[in-house]
Write a protein that binds this ligand. Structure first.
Ligand SMILES: C[S@@+](CC[C@H](N)C(=O)[O-])C[C@H]1O[C@@H](n2cnc3c(N)ncnc32)[C@H](O)[C@@H]1O
Length: 277
């Protein structure tokens, strides 16, 4: 299977399991309220509805409180993902989806007032991060803003044994937080990324510790089952440290704000607001 076909197959399976996935992997109500605050402030200042860009087809962002008259374009390069998630129930009139690449956006310079995305830099190879930032900066209006939630790695890599102890001690909030903590352990470097199949293998090693949590909130059998699609999966996700993320954003984007939510592993899921440099 080509890399692109593997990604499409992965995202299409992921979309079918989305209801079993919780934060940190998907944005929660607080993350959406945060984005809505950005939208509200921009709209109040500009006195008109925004021209908006959604990187991906994340339903929570597509259907958040965009003011009437917003022209929202969602951009995703997976037809399978678009087919599965678009149009999201409750989508405002006038929203459109385009199948295209964040590295070469089919959008004019300075044509977007508000760009939003969730986990985008983790879904794309780290080596593409700088190109994505450059493209976002190109399409943003000088007064525009870019709100993005990220998934990162700590500066000091955890060891798998430490993670096993944390799970057994009940310190890992749910199976989704565990997936991302394992990812940061098995990722050899941010350039190589974390192979989903390797996350699955490490998860098997943690099974005895996970058994203690099994059945509790965030650790139900169907939720643990969302790891099944990681088995033998060659797709990779990319988890930069804060410094590595800065390296692919700073040349094109100026950080204006940074915050975090209140769910397991929120400290590694920072919400950034940028302006173009
Ligand atoms: C928005 S991201 C992350 C979604 C979610 N928060 C998560 O962690 O599972 C996932 C989407 O990115 C899309 N994607 C990845 N790389 C892309 C690229 N270079 N251009 C456009 N879409 C891309 C995938 O097709 C997928 O639909």
């Amino acid at each position: 299977m080509s890399e692109e076909a593997a990604a499409a197959a992965n995202w299409s399976k992921a979309s079918r399991q989305w209801s079993l996935v919780a934060s940190p992997l998907r944005p929660d109500a607080g993350d959406i309220a945060f984005v809505e605050g950005i939208i509200g402030r921009w709209t109040a200042k500009a006195g008109r509805a925004p021209r908006a860009l959604l990187l991906g087809v994340t339903a929570e962002l597509a259907t958040c409180a965009w003011p009437a008259g917003t022209r929202l374009t969602a951009l995703d390069n997976s037809q399978a993902m678009i087919g599965a998630l678009w149009p999201a129930p409750g989508l405002a009139e006038g929203a459109r989806v385009v199948c295209g690449d964040w590295r070469a956006m089919p959008l004019a310079d300075a044509s977007i007032d508000i760009a939003v995305g969730d986990g985008c830099y983790t879904a794309a190879p780290y080596g593409d991060g700088a190109t994505i930032s450059r493209e976002v900066a190109r399409v943003l209006d000088p007064e525009g803003v870019f709100a993005i939630r990220t998934f990162g790695s700590p500066d000091r890599r955890e060891r798998l044994e430490e993670l096993a102890d944390a799970v057994a001690a009940g310190e890992v909030g749910n199976v989704h937080a565990l997936k991302w903590r394992i990812a940061a352990v098995v990722q050899p470097s941010v350039a190589a990324g974390a192979r989903l199949g390797d996350i699955w293998i490490a998860f098997q090693a943690l099974r005895p510790a996970v058994a203690r949590m099994e059945g509790g909130p965030g650790w139900s059998e169907p939720e643990l089952g969302t790891l099944d699609r990681y088995r033998d999966n060659d797709l990779r996700f990319f988890f930069p440290t804060a410094g590595e993320f800065r390296a692919v954003t700073e040349p094109w984007l100026v950080e204006e704000q940074r915050s975090q939510g209140e769910y397991p592993l929120a400290e590694r899921c920072l919400r950034y607001v940028f302006r173009r440099r």
